[in-house]
Design a protein around this ligand. Sequence first.
Ligand code: FES
Ligand code: MG
Length: 595
Amino acid sequence: MTKITKDDLRSRKWFMNSENLEMTALYLERYLNYGLTRAELQSGKPIIGIAQTGSDLSPCNRHHLELSKRVRDGIIAAGGTCIEIPVHPIQETGKRPTASLDRNLAYLSLVESLFGYPIDGVVLNIGCDKTTPALLMAAATVNIPAIALSVGPMLNGWWKGERAGSGTVIWKAREDLAAGEIDTDEFMEIAAASAPSAGYCNTMGTATTMNSLAEALGMQLPGAAAIPAPYRERGQISYETGKRIVEMVWEDLRPSDVMTRAAFENAIVINSAIGGSTNAPIHLNAIARHLGVPLNNDDWQSLGHDVPLLVNMQPAGKYLGEDYQRAGGVPAVVGELIDAGLLPNPDALTVNGQSMGENCGTRRSLNDDVIKPVRNPVKHQAGFINLSGNLFESAIMKTSVISSAFRDAYLSNPDDPNAFEGRAVVFDGPEDFHHRIDDPAENIDADCILIMRGAGPKGYPGAAEVVNMRPPSYLLKQGIEALPCIGDGRQSGTSGSPSILNASPEAAEGGGLALVRNGDRLRIDLGKGTADMLVPLEELHERARELEAAGGYSVPPDQSPWQEIFREKVDRLDRGMTLKGADKFRDIARQFLPR
Ligand code: FES
Ligand code: MG
């Protein structure tokens, strides 16, 4: 289904520009200087970029350095030429203050690389949490043919005969440490055991979520998301991905053809079925904005909330990445959803040129304890709800991780089984939390709701994953394992905390959270979708005036030029935390030729 000829290739404007031979010579000579031949650059082979996110600085994605050899083999076999594009590194667990600060930086740099250089198509090396959205956002803006390739999850972690999931096991072990059940050495050994090989987090954290959703959006080959990094199939799918991108260039199949509103609707439903991370709405809303596709947190509730959880994976369930792969990965989940009539748009196009239904319609779970059938799910109604009230305009809650203990403690009110009240304990940022949480003077008890503010995109630039707060040690020792948490930051996808998070606008932008005080009574109604301070309006106005007179909600100073630029330009979490104004640049490779 060839749609373009070699004369239509973007790269011809660099390497075969008969109107400006001088520039053609200049462009050519430097790409020849490491051994490429004129024939490769001038005979009409598509130039395929490999957006390389693997590096020593990014251990989750490091295996891409290896896999890219197979991608290259595939590209060359299909008649393309490869140019590797270094992408600004993002390592979720290593970058301070938070890796999400750099999502937009990697986005910006990749947009410039794809747009400003002779690239006809691109393989997006996705993996660790923020690398996936950053690369899909850039592909959306530039809109040249693009295909995503996961690096794959790590092998399953094991500790004392039990599956030890990355991230998840740490949240659990820190509670055991705080309760005095393990010592520091054991804590560190447990952490190391959860990360046994190359690859990204083996839990259904943000990485597995976003890689699954890249496939759900149609941007990866079917089955490409779940294969663990060290498996032979990972190398094989890399080769197939390399081959396919060359065909996509000739077919002129672009991100805007694949990531349509229909694809996002599918992805929201699939996110519920896999038990996806609360970071997913932020990132998918961002990708959609860069494509001009309308998408907001109401869509997440209306399309996603009633969908059952099928994938029994930590933190909501039991298994890890290898089990997910062996049970059939994303195609099995999609097949089960199609079989039950729950996938809204089976006709949505994917990068292999087939529809979602054609790729996955007959696929089924190969292990129905790992990927459950719709008639017997892990949980019903596994999607998010979108709350609003005088605390914020929008905040997300992942109801699938509400434990039965939590349900009994907070949601068992017979008059109103979806509502609970509590006394606010307010923390201004994670440092404040760590200082005060174990101080008996705070008088925290089982009636409290913990508030984390100053942790949003502006407050803690990038929005910190700190809303999942543990109770004080003295409550943990009494067996109280979780308190409700509310915050304008994010929460790690590997955490199973029943938190209300991504609150927008954040305290640092004048959101209602800035007005909460210790001791305020709060009421959360999950049925009505409301979250409010039970404080008289006049009192709230008075607090707002006081806050304004004091110069507004204070945030720590910028520590780097990018932090300053980010804070000036960043939009709210519910709008995807994109850079304000960046979304007006769309389809730029077709609209413009670089000057
Ligand atoms: Fe990189 Fe989890 S820290 S994937
Ligand atoms: Mg994470």
